[in-house]
Design a protein around this ligand. Structure first.
Ligand code: ZN
Ligand code: ZN
Length: 361
C-alpha cells in the first residue's frame, strides 16, 4: 500500500511529508487506518537538534487512534473494525513485568526489534516507537494497539497514547494523589494540564499551576487549578507554594524537563511525606541536582513512564472516563490540522501557543 507520511530526514531539517510503501500485517500484526494523531515534543527532538539519532529517515508520530482494518495470522485480541489507541509501550501480557502490578514497562519494550513495515524508494525505514502515527495507515504489533469503546471520538482521545496517559496516570497511578491533598504542577503544557485533570479526579483540593505563559491560566483553572503562579513575576516560587499550602505541597509534578525546576519542585513539597514525580525529560547534558537533606527530610522523588498505566489492560479505562465526562480532552486540543500542515503545527507547539495540536485524517 502507498501512504503519505511525515518524517524527519535529519537533525535541524524541517519535518517533511512524502510517499512511502507500507507492508500489510505479518504474524501478530494488525493494519490500522488512522483517524487522528497528536503532535508531541518528543517527535520534535528528531529534527530540532536535541536528540542523538542517526538512523534517518524516520517516520514520526507516537500518539494516535484509529480503526483496525486487517489482522495478521495469530492475532487473537483484535478484530477488523475495532477502535484502538496506538501505544509506544507494548503490553504483551505474559512477561514478568506484565504479570507484575508494579510496572507498565513490558519487557518487550526493551527488546530490540527491527520491524520496518515502511519503505521509501525500496529502502526500509524506521518508525518512532515502532508506530509512526503521522501516516494514514500503520502496520503495528497487536501488543501496541489498545482496544477502546467505539463510541468515543478518536480525535479527542488520541492524546491518551502519550500526554493523556502520562499526565493523568502520573497523578493517579504513580503518585496516588489522595482526596483533600495539595498538588503543584510545574509546566502547563499538554502533559501538565493532564496532571491537573488527574489530580482533580483524585480529589486534590489545592492545585497550584506554575507556568511562564499567562495565557495558560484560563484553561488550567477550568480544568481544576485553584492557584496560578507566573514565575516571571514571582521571585520565590517555592516560598509561594509553601505559603499557599501552609508548609509545602503533598505532591509536586515536574513537567518542563529542567533540572533547576525539578529541584524547586522537590523543595516545594512538605517535609515528611512530600512526593515529587519527575515527568519532563531532562536534556541529555543535565543531571538531577538536589540538596541531599531535601530527601533525608522524608521527601520522595519518583520516576514515571507513561503514568504507570498498563497500556492495553488499563488505558482503555481513561476512554471510559472521557465518555463519562470526567476527563476533558476537548479542552486540551487547541488546533486540528491536516497532515500537509504538520510543519506549521510543530511551530505552534514549539512556540508554546498551542496546548495540543492534532492531525486528523
Ligand atoms: Zn509524546
Ligand atoms: Zn510484557
Amino acid at each position: 500500500m502507498r501512504v503519505q507520511a511525515a518524517f524527519a530526514s535529519g537533525q535541524n531539517r524541517p519535518i517533511e511529508v512524502a510517499d512511502f510503501d507500507l507492508d500489510g500485517p505479518r504474524r501478530g500484526e494488525v493494519l490500522v487506518e488512522m483517524k487522528a494523531a497528536g503532535l508531541c515534543h518528543s517527535d520534535m527532538s528528531f529534527f530540532d537538534g536535541s536528540r542523538n539519532w542517526t538512523d534517518y529517515p524516520i517516520v514520526l508520530g507516537h500518539e494516535g487512534a484509529g480503526v483496525v482494518r486487517e489482522v495478521g495470522a495469530g492475532v487473537t485480541s483484535l478484530s477488523s473494525g475495532d477502535h484502538v489507541i496506538l501505544v509506544g509501550i507494548p503490553e504483551c501480557g505474559s512477561c514478568p513485568a506484565c504479570r507484575s502490578r508494579k510496572t507498565n514497562l513490558c519487557d518487550q519494550y526493551f527488546r530490540q526489534v527491527d520491524r520496518r513495515p515502511l519503505s521509501r524508494d525500496g529502502r526500509s525505514v524506521r518508525a518512532f516507537c515502532e508506530l509512526g502515527t503521522f501516516s494514514p495507515f500503520l502496520t503495528v504489533r497487536e501488543w501496541q494497539a489498545a482496544r477502546i469503546r467505539p463510541d468515543v471520538p478518536l480525535d479527542a482521545i488520541c492524546c491518551l497514547s502519550c500526554a493523556g496517559a502520562t499526565g493523568v496516570g502520573s497523578a493517579i497511578f504513580t503518585a496516588k494523589v489522595e482526596p483533600g491533598s495539595s498538588v503543584v504542577v510545574y509546566g502547563l503544557g499538554g502533559i501538565g494540564l493532564n496532571v491537573v485533570e488527574g489530580a482533580r479526579i483524585a480529589g486534590a483540593t489545592t492545585i497550584i499551576g506554575v507556568d511562564t505563559n499567562p495565557a495558560k491560566e484560563e484553561t488550567a483553572r477550568r480544568l481544576g487549578v485553584t492557584h496560578f503562579i507566573d514565575p516571571r513575576s514571582m521571585a520565590d516560587v517555592v516560598g509561594a507554594v509553601r505559603d499557599i499550602t501552609r508548609g509545602g505541597s503533598d505532591y509536586a509534578f515536574e513537567c518542563v524537563g529542567s533540572s533547576a525546576i525539578l529541584s524547586q519542585a522537590v523543595e516545594s513539597t512538605r517535609i515528611g511525606w512530600g512526593t515529587t514525580v519527575t515527568i519532563g525529560i531532562l536534556p541529555g547534558d543535565q543531571r538531577v541536582d538536589l540538596r541531599p537533606r531535601a530527601l533525608q527530610e522524608g521527601r520522595r522523588l519518583m520516576g514515571s513512564y507513561l503514568g504507570n498505566i498498563k497500556t492495553r489492560s488499563e488505558l482503555p479505562l481513561l476512554a471510559d472516563w472521557y465518555a463519562e465526562g470526567k476527563l476533558h480532552f476537548d479542552d486540551l486540543i487547541s488546533h486540528r490540522i491536516g497532515l500537509a500542515d504538520i510543519r506549521a503545527g510543530f511551530h505552534l507547539l514549539a512556540s508554546g501557543e498551542a496546548r495540543r495540536v492534532v492531525v486528523t485524517f
